[in-house]
Ligand binder design. Sequence first.
Ligand code: NDP
Length: 394
Amino acid sequence: MRSISIFGATGSIGESTFDLIMRGGGPDAYRTVAVTGARNIKRLAEMARALRAEIAVTAQEECLPALRDALAGTNILCAAGQTAIAEAADRPADWVMSAIVGAAGLVPGMRALRHGGTLALANKESLVTAGPLLLATAAKYGATLLPVDSEHSAVFQALVGEDKACVERVIITASGGPFRNFSLAQMQAITPAQAVVHPNWSMGQRISIDSASMFNKALELIETREFFGFAPDQIEVITHPQSIIHALIGFCDGGIMAHLGPADMRHAIGFALHWPRRGHVPVERLNLAQLATLRFEAPDPERFPALRLARAVMETRGLSGAAFNAAKEIALDHFIAGNLPFLAMAEVVEDTLARLLQQNSLQIPATTLEDVLRMDHLARKTAADVVVSRQQGS
Ligand code: NDP
């Protein structure tokens, strides 16, 4: 029986993964090693019971008594804290879903790779912060790393059987988010409640707001470079408001392969779950006649500066991805808390990168996990200082 673990089980990707596992036979078809979550203890316990998991872990130490209560009468182990999540990743599983949000997903993913199984990577931050390390770890332990982001799953699928040397360009699509048609003046007043509503996808709060600011697409540009190794000038972003085409590959003979699918993450998760075969996945089937047209437009760099910042990171590489992501996470925290205007998020990230560049700390190669975590810490502190400076008007 195939063994699985789901990190970030209680989130949007975690729920979709759980749905596919349950439809595929649940505990009768899969042996679940670990499920993890953070604050949603009720749901974590329900999933652990339904899957008959060996261990359930919450990231929040203070939630451990509630988790123990919710799992009383079962023999499911309970644990709490980031160390416990990393230790859960030390328990071997054939297939592991990495769906914790943010840089917190990096360490468990790295640890899970050491068993040589398959890591289904929804946590794009792992590739952005530590791409070369992650790929080297997978290679060292003979593990398989599969992208779960819809665009990267699409690129992966379009490249099956192709010679990468014949690829001229890779185009990832962006919906443009809820503010695609907002003027700069309108964007000054965007609230977190507006930013969290995505026109096409149902996702967690943080990635939804990142989609609205196009920081999500910025992360995906870097992710494309790190995962597939294409040069920055080969990777393009096109706004495609319908979110039907997820990525396109342009080949040296002028042909283009596009990957189409409904805006339902269960397609990409299901692809990773069944890989290297294809299995049935219960997503809506596209009706092309009903769709009739597919629309595209160029993203506006003035209203969405995150894309320009990502280009700089793609060129610099080293520890700049870790700094970019950490600064973005701090800026996002402040926007959600109502302390920072929507457009100021990009300014905070840009100022943070400029300060770190001045210290010559971004170009240093990310040789070890400790280097990455140190930069993550430094960039968070620097970004917090940048926010304070802005608030003091200095
Ligand atoms: P959610 O916010 O919906 O879920 C995040 C999960 O991580 C939850 O299980 C949450 O627990 C847990 N969690 C939150 N903070 C921590 C922490 N500090 N340590 C450990 N666990 C934590 O996120 P999504 O499912 O939307 O996204 C997950 C990842 O997948 C992200 O990296 C995102 O960029 C990526 N992704 C998501 C897509 C989507 O459609 N949602 C599409 C492509 C990629 P709890 O809920 O119990 O608090």
